[in-house]
Design a protein around this ligand. Structure first.
Ligand SMILES: Cc1ncc(COP(=O)(O)O)c(C=O)c1O
Length: 395
């Protein structure tokens, strides 16, 4: 594990705030993710990385890493220009001009796949493809949530909840000259994105763990049926995508799955500390500067309030990381311009010193910083521009 003193020495003289990636810990996370994928191909989730250099570094680390799951058509086009191929746009897009641009790319032979979950999506893509005189590949997003009495365990994304609905959409695509089915994606968010080792929540953890196991069995069946259906309807699939960092070990075991997705696990933000089945290393973080000391044990820092998206609970706050034992105050959290941190440990802290923090989620940190300082073997070995540093802001 990293020590406060070591990081403080490594970054001495660097103006704060700054963000960093510890390449040695990143390499360990890459190895672990590759091992958990059990030989299946891994598509990297760009939303959780948002840095071209690091995405390339991951792709080059192991042959298992192939293809990107992007989060918007403009982002996919941007990555295609930077040499990435096999770009799956993981979420539906409706803007006609953006769809047309994807069509023009398809014409050049690049593999870029749009996501659909309804006839309306297919019709929009078909209209754009018609105008461009191309055939655009699509992937069907099938809902994998689990409904138990009183609880919808999962996310509200795709309306495709029954095999009949999937069959109808597959038939519609099969009948189209301008849209071609390439793959199926079913993301089991309730397994991949929900921790089951949350501090102070023993009972909830037990229930979540049980729900996850039950859900995994159902997901496996539903996915297998959807793949079988595609075969029966004469729709060969180039890929069947599932999972995320939090579910690699269960998703990869399914025979129907040809590839898994992973993104967050590379940086391993704080929310990924709380899963029973794996332990990743905190590879990314940021440092804020102590600028005031309102009480002997309180160190107020400049900025630092980078709250993660999603339902707005305490777990979406960033966490003080080093020095170990530092914590946020419940009534102030992490602020836009000031973040008080309580620390009663032995490390002497002065004004101007750093407090190292970790974001709750992975990629959003890169929307706050132009660059990531790259650290290896106890020194800064380079830096990598984030999407923001490239002047890009997609969502
Ligand atoms: C469609 C889809 N697949 C996979 C993932 C998993 O990504 P990560 O590994 O960053 O948790 C996500 C995350 O939200 C997603 O939306």
């Amino acid at each position: 594990m990293r020590q406060y003193r070591d990081y403080k020495a490594v970054f001495a003289g660097i103006p704060k705030p700054f963000a960093y990636v510890d390449l040695d810990l990143l390499a360990e996370n890459i190895r672990q993710i590759a091992a958990r994928a059990g030989g299946k191909r891994i598509r990297i989730a760009s939303k959780s990385l948002r840095c071209v250099d690091l995405m390339k570094r991951i792709m080059n680390a192991d042959n298992l890493f192939q293809g990107v799951m992007c989060y918007s058509p403009l982002e996919a086009l941007y990555l295609a220009d930077r040499g990435f191929d096999d770009l799956l746009i993981g979420y539906p897009a409706c803007e006609p001009e953006q769809l047309a641009r994807i069509g023009r790319y398809a014409k050049e032979g690049k593999q870029m796949t749009l996501m659909v979950d309804s006839a309306a999506h297919v019709e929009l893509i078909e209209a754009a493809a018609e105008r461009e005189g191309v055939c655009i590949p699509v992937c069907i997003d099938i809902d994998m949530s689990l409904d138990v009495p009183g609880l919808h365990f999962g996310v509200w994304r795709s309306p495709l909840r029954s095999l009949e609905a999937v069959a109808d959409l597959m038939r519609l695509i099969a009948a189209s000259k301008r849209v071609r089915l390439e793959g199926i994606m079913d993301y089991e968010a309730q397994i991949a994105g929900v921790g089951d080792r949350m501090p102070g929540q023993r009972l909830k953890n037990t229930v979540v763990h049980w729900l996850k196991r039950r859900s995994a069995r159902e997901v496996r069946e539903r996915r297998a049926h959807a793949v079988q259906l595609a075969g029966e309807l004469g729709q060969p699939l180039r890929f069947v995508n599932g999972g995320g960092t939090g579910s690699l070990q269960t998703t990869a075991l399914e025979p129907a799955v040809t590839e898994v997705t992973a993104g967050s696990g590379f940086y391993a933000p704080a929310l990924f500390d709380y899963y029973r089945d794996f332990r990743l290393l905190p590879a990314a973080g940021y440092a804020v500067e102590i600028v005031r000391r309102p009480r002997y044990d309180l160190y107020t820092c400049a900025g630092g309030g980078y709250i993660a998206s999603g339902s707005a609970g305490r777990e979406k706050l960033p966490s003080p990381y080093l020095p170990a034992g530092a914590e946020l105050l419940p009534l102030e959290g992490a602020g836009e311009v000031q973040t008080p941190v309580r620390y009663r440990g032995d490390e002497p802290l002065e004004l101007g010193d750093p407090i190292f923090m970790r974001h709750a989620k992975a990629g959003e940190l890169c929307e706050r910083f132009d660059r990531l300082l790259l650290v290896s073997q106890g020194r800064i070995v380079g830096e990598a521009r984030t999407y923001r540093g490239d002047g890009q802001c997609f969502l």
